[in-house]
Design a protein around this ligand. Structure first.
Ligand code: FE2
Length: 343
C-alpha cells in the first residue's frame, strides 16, 4: 500500500469490488497493484481460483456442444470452423455488413484505423442476416459453452483498415499478450479471408492452460506490474494485459500459429491464451463479426436465462459505451460518424 491508497481511501469499496470480479488494472487499483500482496501471491491466487471455477462451469455446460469441440477447446484453447454458414446465408450476411449504413465508432491503433459497430437489437431489426446469425443455434450453443456463462456474447462488426493514412498511435494489439488473468472468450466470423496482406489472427495453442511454468511467469509479471512511476514500462502493464516475449514463450514451450483463413471461417478463442493481431503487409481491409463474452470469473454460477441475460448485458454495455464515448471523443482518441465502413 502506498500514499495514493490513503489519498483515495473513499474508493475502497470500488477497489474491493474490482478485486472480487474482473478488475485487472495494476495501475488504477492499488490492491490489485500492491507489491506486497502480489509478493504473497494475490495475482496467482486470483488466477488459480478463476481457472478452477471456469473448468467447473464448463463441466456443467458440457451438454451444449459435441465432445470433439469440448476436447479441442480444453486442449488447444480455440475452436476453428471453416464454412461456418451455408454459402447463401454467408453471402447475404457479407453484403449486408459491407453495405451497412449507420453509426460507426472509429479509432487508431498503430497504423490501423479500426471501425466498429456495436450490434444491439435495434440494429438487428434492420439487419436480417445479422439477426439470423445471432439466432444461429450452433453459434449460440458454442458461445454459451465456451464463455462458461451460458450467455450469448456481445456482437460487433469490426472493419480494420490496415496502413490507413493516419498519425500512428501505440498499438496494443500487435504484441502477443493475454487479455486478462482469467479465461474469457472472443469469437470472430471472418467476412474477409485473412492472409499476410491483411494480417491474420495469431494464437499460441495451449497457452490458455495453467502450467507451473506459466504460473511462475505470471508471478514474475505481477511483481513487474506493481512498479510505480518511471520504473513502470508505460506501454506494457497498466491494464493487466501482460505482454509475452519470444524468449518467454520458448521457455514455456509454446509456438504461435497464424490463422490464415478463408472467408466464412469461425474462430472462437480463450484469450487468456497468448494472441495478437498479425502484421498486415499492405494497405488492406479485414472485416469480421466480432464477439466478446467477459463476465465475473469468481461467480461459480451461470445464468439459467441465456437470452434475457444477454439482453440485459447488451443494454448495460451500450450505456457504458456511450459514457466511454464522451471521454474518447473529447480527447480526440475516437471519432463517431454516420455512414458506411471504408472498403
Ligand atoms: Fe487481446
Amino acid at each position: 500500500m502506498n500514499v495514493r491508497f490513503f489519498k483515495k481511501f473513499y474508493l475502497l469499496p470500488k477497489w474491493l469490488l474490482e478485486l472480487l470480479s474482473w478488475g485487472k488494472s495494476f495501475k488504477n487499483n492499488p490492491i490489485i497493484g500492491s507489491y506486497w500482496l502480489n509478493r504473497c501471491g494475490l495475482h496467482v491466487v486470483r488466477i488459480v481460483i478463476a481457472h478452477g471455477l471456469f473448468r467447473f462451469r464448463l463441466l456443467l455446460l458440457s451438454p451444449l456442444v459435441s465432445a470433439e469441440d469440448r476436447r479441442h477447446f480444453r486442449q488447444h484453447g480455440f475452436i476453428l470452423k471453416h464454412n461456418f454458414l451455408p454459402e447463401g446465408d454467408f453471402n447475404q450476411l457479407a453484403r449486408e455488413l459491407q453495405s451497412y449504413t449507420g453509426q460507426v465508432r472509429e479509432f487508431v491503433e498503430g497504423t490501423t484505423l479500426t471501425q466498429r459497430v456495436f450490434i444491439t437489437a435495434r440494429e438487428r431489426a434492420q439487419m436480417p442476416a445479422m439477426g439470423a446469425l445471432v439466432e444461429n443455434p450452433g453459434l449460440d450453443r458454442l458461445m454459451r459453452y465456451c464463455s462458461s456463462k451460458n450467455r450469448r456474447p456481445l456482437y460487433y462488426v469490426e472493419n480494420l483498415c490496415n496502413h490507413a493514412n493516419v498519425a500512428p498511435r501505440p498499438d496494443p494489439q500487435r504484441d502477443l499478450h493475454a487479455d486478462t488473468f482469467h479465461p474469457c472468450v472472443k469469437g470472430w466470423l471472418y467476412i474477409d479471408a485473412t492472409s499476410e496482406s491483411n494480417g491474420p489472427f495469431i494464437y499460441v495453442p495451449g497457452s490458455h492452460r495453467l502450467s507451473w511454468r506459466r504460473l511462475k511467469w505470471e508471478y514474475r509479471q505481477s511483481l513487474e506490474a506493481c512498479k510505480q512511476g518511471a520504473r513502470r514500462d508505460p506501454g506494457r502493464y497498466w491494464d493487466g494485459s501482460f505482454r509475452v516475449s519470444a524468449a518467454d514463450l520458448e521457455v514455456m514451450g509454446f509456438e504461435p500459429r497464424a490463422f490464415r483463413v478463408p472467408a466464412n471461417t469461425l474462430v472462437v478463442a480463450n484469450v487468456y491464451g497468448f494472441h495478437s493481431r498479425g502484421e498486415a503487409s499492405e494497405p488492406s481491409h479485414r472485416m469480421t463479426v466480432w464477439m466478446q463474452a467477459r463476465d465475473n470469473p469468481f461467480n461459480p454460477l451461470f445464468t439459467p436465462w441465456p437470452k434475457a441475460t444477454a439482453s440485459a448485458f447488451e443494454w448495460g454495455w451500450s450505456k457504458v459505451l456511450t459514457k466511454l464515448d464522451r471521454a474518447k471523443l473529447a480527447s480526440g482518441e475516437q471519432r463517431n460518424f454516420a455512414g458506411r465502413f471504408s472498403r
